[in-house]
Each structure stands twice: as C-alpha cells, then as structure tokens.
Design a protein around this ligand. Structure first.
Ligand SMILES: [Zn+2]
Length: 192
C-alpha cells in the first residue's frame, strides 16, 4: 500500500501513514494525531486539541440551555407576579403582603364597629322622636363592612402566601438553573 506523507502537528516530524488512516501516533513525540484528508492534501491535528474544542462547544451548549431555562423561569415569574399583584384604589399596583391583609381587616372591622356605635346612637335617638322601627337595620350595616373586610382580608392573605411560596420557588429554581444550587434539593412535588 502506498503511504502518504504528513507532518506531525505537534513536533513537526515527517510521518508516513496509510492513505485511509484516520488516527496516528507520532513515532517521535508520541502525540495522538487525527489525520485530515482533503483531496490530495493531508494534514494532522492534535487529538487533545480537538477534544478541548469539543468540550468547549459542549460547555457552550450547556450554558445556552441554562440561559434559556433562566429566561423561561423569569417569564413564568412575571406572569405569576401579574396574577397575584394587588391593585389599589388609586390604580397603584403592589405585591400582596400578609401585613397588608391583616391591616386591611383590622381597619374594616374597626370601621364596622364605629359605624354600629354611631349609627346605633343616632337611630336610638331618632326612634324616640318617631323614626320607624325599620331604621334599626341601619346600624347593622356595620356588620356588612366587617364581613366584607374579613373576607377580603382572607383572600389577600392567601394571595400573599401564594406569592411568598412562588417567589421562593422561583428564586431556588433560578439559582439551580445557574448552577448555584444542587437541583436535587428542589422537592419533586413542586408544580413545574
Ligand atoms: Zn510528533
């Protein structure tokens, strides 16, 4: 079989290899070489350099995947935030908070009691001056305020709780996607 001449890409030594050879070890420096054939031209390349390039590519693909995962997590979190955020009466948007929920409930309850006290005393005086007995219902509207306040507070509170959980989950997954945290630590029962 006719041999072809190539040069070792590592030490430059002339080597004789079979024309179909794909790999060759340099007899002078022991370098592992890949033989490239392109038409009548033949060259060699160090195997470890190819491996380093491939490893680099694999790493880049891995990084791209991580970035994509992080971007998706960020998008998901934005959607969750929009779902759970609270719209104030003045049009302001805020994050639901447990403190805010409790505060709102207390305000509504206090308002309801104050309403009952004041309206009660006014109606009691009015009834002595001939107001119909149906007016006795008027102070009871305070109870409605209290019920609505408590219901709204509970809703707000559960939103705040979901918000906190979703935020913690998002942050944990983001750290994991960035390789900052071991993904095995993420409980598998969490909704993907
Ligand atoms: Zn060599």
């Amino acid at each position: 079989m006719k041999l072809i001449s190539v040069r070792c890409n590592h030490c430059g030594a002339p080597l004789e290899v079979p024309p179909t050879a794909r790999f060759v070890t340099c007899g002078f420096c022991d370098a592992q070489l890949v033989v490239h054939h392109s038409g009548s031209a033949h060259s060699t390349e160090l195997l470890e350099e190819i491996k380093a390039t491939t490893d680099g590519l694999v790493e880049q693909v891995e990084q791209l995947k991580h970035r994509e995962e992080v971007e998706q997590l960020d998008r998901q979190w934005e959607i969750t935030q929009r779902e759970l955020q609270v719209h104030g009466k003045d049009g302001r948007v805020s994050v639901p908070s447990k403190g805010g929920a409790i505060f709102g409930t207390v305000i509504a309850t206090v308002f309801g009691f104050v309403w009952m006290l004041f309206a009660g005393s006014i109606v009691a005086r009015g009834m002595r001056m001939g107001l119909p007995s149906a007016a006795a219902l008027f102070p009871l509207f305070g109870l409605v305020f209290i019920v609505i306040g408590i219901a709204g507070g509970l809703l707000h509170y559960s939103k705040a709780q979901r918000y906190e959980q979703a935020k913690a989950q998002y942050q944990r997954r983001r750290r994991a996607a960035l390789g900052l945290e071991d993904p095995r630590r993420i409980p598998t029962n969490e909704v993907r």
